[in-house]
Design a protein around this ligand. Structure first.
Ligand code: RM4
Length: 257
């Protein structure tokens, strides 16, 4: 039994990989030998810094700018990743948005944007990547970033939480489709992790204190807290876990009283 996880010889595509949880997972894969392509939607500087950092581990690292709201651009991301890192063994569908909003103020454009970025774009990318895995007989690993919010609600997340529940439903069905090809499909459910997605929301001290009190271990999570749960699920050492969700929330969900 190996005592460290190695990703030598693996090629990984991580969406939303220039910051936050995606950056932490992408970096962890690169530091353990994987070639990595990340997608990002905003900061060229952040993406460039991430690529430079990952390249420092002696692996191939690339970034591709895409707004995953524009789902027609997803095939371009897939082609770029294949052209630059080769056949994809690991797909981490991480990109996501959550603009906190009052239910009655959410218009169709925002509702559809959140749906496209958080669900539809991942569906399309996963179709492309998994079809190639089957063609190449790659017993790949696919990880979707779901959330504790797939299981519980948020007053200002009525457009968001359903996308995370939908991700879990997709994982259940996709694990059947891809299981016969030994491609394992799971979702990770982070609790409240301090990243750009909620920095403004958690800048409210009362909200931050409430969320911290909810966490059994007493602190908001960090992107690094998500690394080992993710690495296990996408590793070759995972031989039998598929079609399920791994909750990584510091005990927040069960901490009612
Ligand atoms: C997560 C969870 C967190 C929230 C972020 C935006 O899924 O709901 O509590 O801060 O989304």
């Amino acid at each position: 039994m190996k005592n460290v996880l190695s990703f030598n010889g693996k090629n990984a595509l991580v969406t939303g990989g220039s910051k936050g949880i995606g950056r932490a997972i992408a970096t962890a894969l690169a530091s353990r030998g994987a070639n990595v392509c990340i997608s990002y939607s905003r900061s060229d500087d952040a993406a460039g810094e991430a690529v430079k950092s990952m390249s420092g581990y002696g692996v191939k690292a690339f970034s591709y700018k895409i707004d995953q709201n524009n789902v027609g651009e997803i095939p371009g991301l897939f082609r770029f990743a294949e052209e630059n890192i080769g056949d994809i063994h690991i797909l981490v569908n991480n990109a996501g948005i959550c603009p906190f909003k009052n239910f009655f103020d959410i218009d169709r454009e925002l509702l559809e944007r959140v749906w496209r970025v958080n669900f539809e774009s991942h569906f399309i990318l996963t179709q492309l990547v998994s079809k190639r895995m089957i063609e190449r007989k790659i017993e790949g690993r696919i990880l979707f970033m779901s959330s504790i919010s797939s299981r519980v609600g948020g007053e200002f997340q009525t457009h968001y939480t359903p996308t995370k529940s939908a991700i879990n439903g997709l994982v259940h069905s996709l694990s059947i489709v891809l299981g016969r090809n030994r491609i394992l499909v799971n979702s990770l459910e982070p609790g409240t992790i301090l990243t750009d997605i909620n920095r403004e929301d958690l800048s409210n001290s009362a909200k931050r204190e409430y969320m911290e009190r909810r966490v059994a271990i007493g602190r908001i999570g960090t992107p690094e807290d998500m690394v080992w749960p993710a690495l296990f699920l996408v590793s070759d050492e995972n031989t039998y876990v598929t079609g399920t969700e791994l909750l990584a929330d510091g005990g927040m969900l069960v901490n009612l009283q």
